[in-house]
Design a protein around this ligand. Structure first.
Ligand code: PLP
Length: 398
């Protein structure tokens, strides 16, 4: 048999081919070319904390990694110590009572849980409701599960929250899962408990599982963003919902891959069943260090990081105001979501910033049509670099 036979079938599965194209290719190419040419590029495009993980968490990890009890395969649903710490965190921060044994599942980053949830609760041909502008994994998870993704448009007029009253009856009939994400990426929009109460009611009436992505709940500058499980009268044992919490942004732990889901026992165990067939859980030492982190969510180093983001936010927003950007400072998340100055299209605006000022922003147009005149800036560079960004942008004619 010849080993050089020409491949006739595509290597990639149809579900991979069905993923939407990556829309930031052009701006990424330009950014890489700039860096390769030696330019001093300020990158406000990446949503990855720039500071190290706090020392008290690294110390806990150093101890945990030496403990041989942490070396075997982890438990499927997560280490009991981590799940108990998650329950204590939820009680302290949101006042909600959960049973760590049935309501909590350790995830390898919230992305793991978000990507796998559709496989756990949907059948091919079902539909997922999710925002048109948002974290791309809600859509790819649906595609991988053979489900349709029905967009809920986000608009500035509606405060970048989905208009739940505008979802049509056919979509509600077909949908089995709805995603909400507040504080939002890229919009930074925060939802209040009334919004979650409406979403719960709509999902309960239409037999839809409600999934809330609360990865940014701890990056706040004003009122603390709520959890959907704080909706009065809502019971984790009665309502088929799930919420994802992540240690990534709260504790500068993006690379550690540690998060948890809190939800209805059957939804949690369904997600656990999928994960049990895909991975064997997160390294126990990371879960032990994660438990220490969760037990110290108001540690001075964590609080100081919030203050750092606040300072960066204030410098960036007032500076953007000086170049004619009509920006509303975010109250949570580390994203500034702003309309381009002078009605610029976001791709044109971001291209000019990169080409003429060596500054990287993310063009909203890559997320969806309603964001074509908006851009995202991440507060993940030091304040001196933000000042430098503004100085550079001021030198351009807008
Ligand atoms: C809205 C949102 N959800 C979830 C995630 C995934 O975070 P992690 O997998 O690190 O918990 C991200 C990461 O950027 C995000 O922006």
């Amino acid at each position: 048999m010849s080993t050089t036979a020409t491949q006739k079938r595509p290597i990639r599965s149809q579900r991979l081919l069905d993923l939407p194209p990556y829309l930031f290719i052009e701006i990424d190419r330009k950014r890489r070319a700039k860096i390769a040419s030696g330019a001093d590029v300020i990158n406000l495009g990446v949503g990855d904390p720039d500071r190290p993980t706090p020392a008290f968490i690294i110390d806990a990890m150093a101890e945990a990694i030496r403990d041989p009890r942490n070396h075997p395969y982890p438990f499927d649903a997560g280490h009991p110590d981590f799940r108990k710490a998650a329950a204590r965190f939820l009680k302290r921060r949101f006042g909600i009572d959960v049973d760590p044994a049935t309501h909590i599942l350790t995830c390898i980053g919230s992305k793991d849980g978000i990507a796998h949830l559709p496989l756990a609760v949907l059948n091919p041909g079902d539909a997922v409701l999710g925002a048109d502008i948002g974290y791309p994994v809600y859509r790819s998870g649906a595609i991988f599960a053979g489900a349709d993704y029905i967009e809920m448009p986000l608009t500035a007029q509606h405060g970048w929250l989905p208009d739940l009253g505008a979802i049509d009856a056919d979509a509600l009939e077909k949908a089995r899962l709805m995603w909400v994400n507040h504080p939002g990426n890229p919009t930074a929009a925060v939802a209040d408990l009334d919004f979650y109460a409406q979403a719960v009611q709509l999902c309960a009436e239409n037999d839809i599982i409600l999934a809330s992505d609360n990865a940014y709940s701890e990056v706040f500058f004003e009122k603390q963003p709520p959890s959907m499980w704080q909706v009065p009268g809502l019971s984790l044992d009665d309502f088929p919902g799930i919420e994802f919490h992540s240690l990534s942004k709260t504790f500068n732990m993006t690379g550690w891959r540690i998060a948890f889901a809190v939800g209805h026992p059957e939804v949690i165990s369904a997600l656990g069943a999928v994960k049990g067939n895909c991975d064997s859980g997160q390294f126990n030492a990371i879960q032990q260090a994660g438990a220490v982190a969760l037990d110290h969510s108001e540690h001075p180093e964590v609080v100081a990081m919030r203050e750092t983001y606040r300072q960066r936010r204030d410098v960036l927003c007032s500076g953007l105001g000086e170049i004619g950007v009509d920006v509303l400072p975010p109250t949570a998340s580390f994203f500034v979501w702003a309309p381009c100055p002078k009605g610029y299209d976001s791709l044109q605006f971001c291209s000019r910033c990169l080409e003429e000022a060596n500054v990287v922003f993310v063009p909203g147009g890559g997320f969806g049509v309603n964001a074509k005149n908006w851009f995202r800036a991440a507060l993940t560079v030091e304040v001196e670099r933000i000042r430098e960004t503004i100085d550079r942008l001021k030198k351009l004619e807008w």
